[in-house]
Structure formats: C-alpha cells, structure tokens
Design a binder for this molecule. Sequence first.
Ligand code: NAD
Ligand code: 0WE
Length: 255
Amino acid sequence: MGLLTGKKALILGVANEKSIAWAIARLFRAEGAEVMLTYAGEAIEKRVRPLAESLEAAVAPCNVTSDEEIAALMKQVEQRWGGLDILIHSVAFADKEELKGSILSTTRQGFSTALDISAYSLIALLKGAHPLMAGRNACAMAMTYYGAVRVFPNYNVMGVAKAALEASVRYLAAGLGPDSIRVNAISAGPIKTLAASGVGDFKQILNTVEERAPLHRNITQDEVAKSALYLCSDLASGVSGEIHYVDAGYNVTGI
Ligand code: NAD
Ligand code: 0WE
C-alpha cells in the first residue's frame, strides 16, 4: 500500500521533466495517487501530454490568470473524480525585465502580473476546489522561496509575490481548517529548472549554497517531492499553515 493509495491529486506547474511538479507527480503516482496535470498554452501542452501519458494521468488546460479556466478545470475534476484530495500549486511568473536591476524599476503591470500568477492564483484555485476538497482530510501545497523573507539580488518582485503567497498559505490554512483541509508550502533551495533558466548568475547562487548551507550541497527535485509526499500524506495530518524548508539548511545560517 502506497502512502497515497486512492488519493486524487491535481498538480499544476509541470512544464518539462525538470519541473519540481513533475518530480512530485511521479512520486505521488508511485505512492498510489491518481494524478491530473494541467498546462497553460500549447507549447507546454506538447511537453506535458507525453509525460502525463507515462503516469496514466489526465491532462487539462489551466492558465491561472483566468477564472473561467479555473472553473472549467474544477468541473473536469468533479466529473472525473467527484472530489479532490490533493492540490499542488507549483506555478510562478514575473516578466523577465522585473527580475533584474533595481526594485525601483518594478512597474505597476509587472507587480500585478507577478502577484496575480504567483500568489493570488493559490486563493483562486482553492476557491474553486473548496467544494471538492471539504470534509475529506484534503491538503493543498504551494512552492515558495527564501526570497520571500530575505533579500536576494534580482529576485525583486518575485520576493514580494512569494511573501504574499506565504501569508496566503497561513490565511488559507486558518480559513479552510474547519473543513479539514490543510494548507502548507515548501520553501525549496535553488534548482536549475525552466523557471531558473535565463536567471543571470544562477550558477553563482548554486555555488553559494554549496559553500554555506549546513549540508554543503544543493537539493534536488526528488528531495522536494519526498517532503511534499510527507506533507500531503496522513503522516502530516497535524500539520497546517507551515512553510517547510527543503534547502539543505541554508535558511538557518548566519555568516
Ligand atoms: P518550472 O518552470 O518547471 O515551473 C513553473 C511553472 O509555472 C511552469 O509549468 C509554467 O507553465 C507555470 N506557469 C507560469 N505561468 C502560468 C500561468 N499563467 N498559468 C499556469 N501555469 C503557469 O520551474 P520550477 O522551478 O519547477 O517552479 C515551480 C515552483 O517552484 C514555482 O512556484 C517556483 O517559484 C518555485 N521554486 C522554484 C525554485 C527553483 O530554484 N527552481 C526554488 C524555490 C521555489
Ligand atoms: O521562483 C523562482 C523562479 C521565478 C521566476 C523565474 C522566471 C525566469 C524567466 C518567475 N518568472 C520568471 N520569468 C521569466 O521570464 N525561483 C526561486 C528561481 C529563481 O529565480 C530567480 C532567482 C531564483 C533562485 C530570479 C532572480 C534571482 C534568483
């Protein structure tokens, strides 16, 4: 018996085989969950379809900026499964001009886009999923980064968005707890994924973690997935509103 046998898991944020969400999808499937993956746009759909097939997973479109697409997604989940046990939010976006230079160059539009896609979307998705998740010991989980709490060069408006996401996790945990829905986040160390590509000097960020983190190495997508498995399984039945660091201990260091 897997830790997630019979559980229905909706996973947003697979772009390719390097995505954190893909490591989560594979492990959850291996632990007995039924999986549905989503994609935003045709380019991603082409990559996600074959990955989904290999897990016998369903696929559905969902650009999280669209209330209509979120509503249509939840309708599909209801028709397929009649309820939902696990929702994984592994989505973030800021215009690339916002991820360089001064925080003062943040535009109103850039701020709005980053906060909409990377933070508000968790609330929007849970609003839609709430009737499907209520009363079944369900669990939602989001992905965040230490840039929510400390300043990292160039992370800029994404740090602001992750701070909003982490606060949303706490408010959602309090709001949905009475319906037996837990809400947590994993704060992952840096990993070379699509969302990290084009980030100037990412190699230097990885090197710094290797030098300074207690474990003196970087973490992998599979390590994030293992902690996600704990948080989404009955092992973490008493855990909600938590920001759980999977960062080789980097966040506890001073100098
Ligand atoms: P990734 O590029 O594989 O995943 C990001 C996903 O966001 C993609 O699948 C993309 O399609 C999706 N997305 C973007 N805009 C969207 C929209 N409008 N609607 C729906 N989906 C949209 O990269 P990743 O590193 O696996 O990122 C997943 C999560 O992990 C993100 O929240 C990211 O901030 C977080 N995170 C990443 C790192 C890292 O170093 N890679 C560290 C900590 C946290
Ligand atoms: O959350 C993230 C990725 C966020 C992200 C990255 C991009 C790059 C490409 C959001 N939107 C975009 N938009 C793009 O056009 N991480 C934690 C990885 C990351 O991104 C950084 C980092 C780290 C670490 C950006 C600047 C500095 C450090």
